[in-house]
Write a protein that binds this ligand. Structure first.
Ligand code: NAD
Length: 260
C-alpha cells in the first residue's frame, strides 16, 4: 500500500495545467504564493503580482529555488492603470490567459464607530474593485478562446460578518455577489467563476491577531486546527482544473467547519 507521502508526491507530479497561463494576484506571500506554487507545479505558466517589485522578485526567487519558473511584476490591483499595464504585459508575452485567481486582499479592522472613510475605501478598492479590474481585463480573451477559470478569494467573514470588520466583510460579501453575477454572464462561454472562502488560515494577515483572539477562533473550528495555505491552494487547483468544468457560481468554504 502507498504511504500518504507517496500519494501526495504523485498528485503533485500531475501536470494537468500544462499549456495554460495563470495569473495570481497578491502572490508575494501567504495564500497567493501557495496558489502560484501549486498551479506552477501542475504545469501552468504562472504570473504573479503584488504591490512592490522587491516582494515579487523575492517570491520569484523562492519559487525558482523550488524548480518552478514564475513570471511577475509589481501592480497595485486597486489601480486601474497599473492593472491594465500588467495585463497588457502578460497578454503581450503569452497571448492568452486561461486562469485568474483574484487573491490580493488587505484588512483595516476597526469598529464601525471609529472606521474612517479612508479605511473603508482602501479595503473595498483592494479587495473588491481589484477583482473587478483584473477580471474585466481578461474576459474578452477568455470569451474568444471559449475557455476560462476565474477564482475569487473571498472569506468566511463575507458569509458570517465580523465585528470590527465591516469594510472587510462588505468587500468579501461583495466578491460573492460579483462571483455569482459574472458566473451567470459567462457560463455559456465555457468560463467558470467561483469563490473560495477560507476560514482561519495561518499567514501574515492572521498573525496580526492577538493570541487570545486566535485561541477563541480555534475553539470554534470543528477540525481543531487552523488552516494552512496549502489547504486553499489545493481547492483552487481543483476549481481551475478541467475536472471542475461543471462547477460555477459557487462559494467553497475551506474552513475546517468554522462557519456552517
Ligand atoms: P497576506 O497579507 O499574507 O498576503 C496578501 C498578499 O496580497 C500580499 O502578497 C500583498 O502584497 C498582496 N496585496 C495586498 N494588496 C494588494 C494590492 N492592492 N495589489 C496587489 N497586491 C496586493 O494575506 P493572506 O492571508 O495570504 O490572504 C490572501 C487572501 O485570502 C486575501 O484576499 C484575504 O482576504 C483572504 N483570506 C485570508 C484568510 C486568512 O486566514 N489568512 C482568511 C480568509 C480570506
Amino acid at each position: 500500500m502507498k504511504t500518504a507521502v507517496e500519494i501526495e508526491t504523485e498528485e503533485q507530479a500531475v501536470k494537468d495545467l500544462e499549456g495554460q497561463v495563470a495569473l495570481v494576484t497578491g502572490a508575494s506571500r501567504g495564500i497567493g504564493f501557495a496558489v502560484a506554487e501549486r498551479l506552477a507545479a501542475a504545469g501552468a505558466r504562472v504570473w504573479i503580482c503584488s504591490r512592490s517589485t522587491e516582494t515579487v522578485e523575492r517570491a520569484k526567487r523562492e519559487l525558482s529555488s523550488k524548480g518552478l519558473s514564475v513570471e511577475g511584476d509589481a501592480a497595485d490591483v486597486s489601480n486601474a492603470g497599473q492593472t491594465r499595464a500588467l495585463m497588457d504585459k502578460v497578454l503581450d508575452k503569452e497571448k492568452n490567459i486561461h486562469i485568474v485567481v483574484n487573491n490580493a486582499g488587505i484588512t483595516r479592522d476597526q469598529l464601525l464607530m471609529k472606521m474612517s472613510e479612508e479605511d473603508w475605501d482602501t479595503v473595498l478598492d483592494a479587495n473588491l474593485k481589484g477583482a473587478f479590474l483584473c477580471t474585466k481585463a481578461v474576459v474578452r480573451g477568455m470569451i474568444k478562446q471559449r475557455y476560462g477559470r476565474i477564482v475569487n478569494i473571498s472569506s468566511v467573514i463575507g458569509v458570517t460578518g465580523g465585528a470590527g470588520q465591516a469594510n472587510y466583510a462588505a468587500s468579501k460579501a461583495g466578491l460573492i455577489g460579483f462571483t455569482k453575477s459574472v458566473a451567470k454572464e459567462l457560463g455559456s462561454r465555457g468560463i467558470t467563476v467561483n469563490a473560495v472562502a477560507p476560514g482561519f488560515i495561518t499567514t501574515d494577515m492572521t498573525s496580526a491577531m492577538s493570541e487570545e483572539q486566535q485561541e477563541a477562533v480555534l475553539k470554534q473550528i470543528p477540525m481543531g486546527r487552523y488552516g494552512e495555505v496549502r489547504d486553499i491552494a489545493e481547492c483552487v487547483h481543483f476549481l481551475v482544473s478541467k475536472a471542475a468544468g461543471y462547477i460555477t457560481g459557487q462559494v467553497v468554504q475551506v474552513d475546517g467547519g468554522l462557519a456552517m
